[in-house]
Design a protein around this ligand. Structure first.
Ligand SMILES: [Zn+2]
Ligand SMILES: [Zn+2]
Length: 179
């Protein structure tokens, strides 16, 4: 997922990549943790253009992934998609504190590069990671598992008295009775 810096001109260049997640070390690490799985290659679209003192990269990445629902624990598939704009500058020019604050406010991504080539892979992987749900849910209405018997409540109620199982709740109930 590299481009030679000399090939970047003021005419926007469109680039398309399709790469398996194995091409991204941080995504291999992610899958190894076992909480998510890549089901498709990453489809990456980039528009690269030289402007002012930097290189502007506008693009998107899409990939199909499998997660374990944090409530009911069943696996489900989801499309992860991210659109972004990144600014690449040679060396450490953008690393002065002032510039960093300015860029952070605009929510832009600034990256410095060295040498004759820019490799987009690390930033692309970072975009995917930022899109991942912290608490994956198979659906917003997922009912999760019964805390008493462990039944999956999406498949119907198991009939357990879950409310009285909650010690905090029963304490409150007793308080009411004493009144
Ligand atoms: Zn669920
Ligand atoms: Zn139950």
């Amino acid at each position: 997922m590299k481009i030679r810096v000399d090939d970047i001109t003021e005419q926007p260049k469109l680039l398309f990549f399709e790469e398996p997640h194995e091409a991204f070390p941080s995504l291999v690490e992610l899958q190894a943790r076992g909480e998510s799985e890549f089901l498709s290659p990453l489809a990456v679209e980039l528009s690269v253009v030289r402007e002012y003192g930097h290189i502007r990269v506008k693009g998107s990445v899409a990939v199909k992934m499998r997660f374990d629902c944090s409530r009911c624990l069943s696996a489900f598939d989801s499309d992860i998609h991210s659109a972004f704009t990144m600014f690449y500058s040679k060396g450490n020019r953008l690393n002065s504190e002032e510039d960093e604050v300015e860029l952070a406010e605009e929510d832009l991504i600034s990256v410095s590069y060295e040498g004759d080539e820019i490799d987009f892979a690390p930033e692309i992987a970072e975009q995917v990671i930022m899109e991942l749900p912290l608490k994956p849910l198979c659906s917003d209405e997922c009912h999760g598992l019964c805390v008493v018997c462990g039944a999956e409540l999406n498949e119907g109620d198991c009939g357990c008295e879950r409310a009285s199982f909650n010690p905090k709740f029963s304490a409150l109930k007793n308080l009411k009775v004493e009144k």
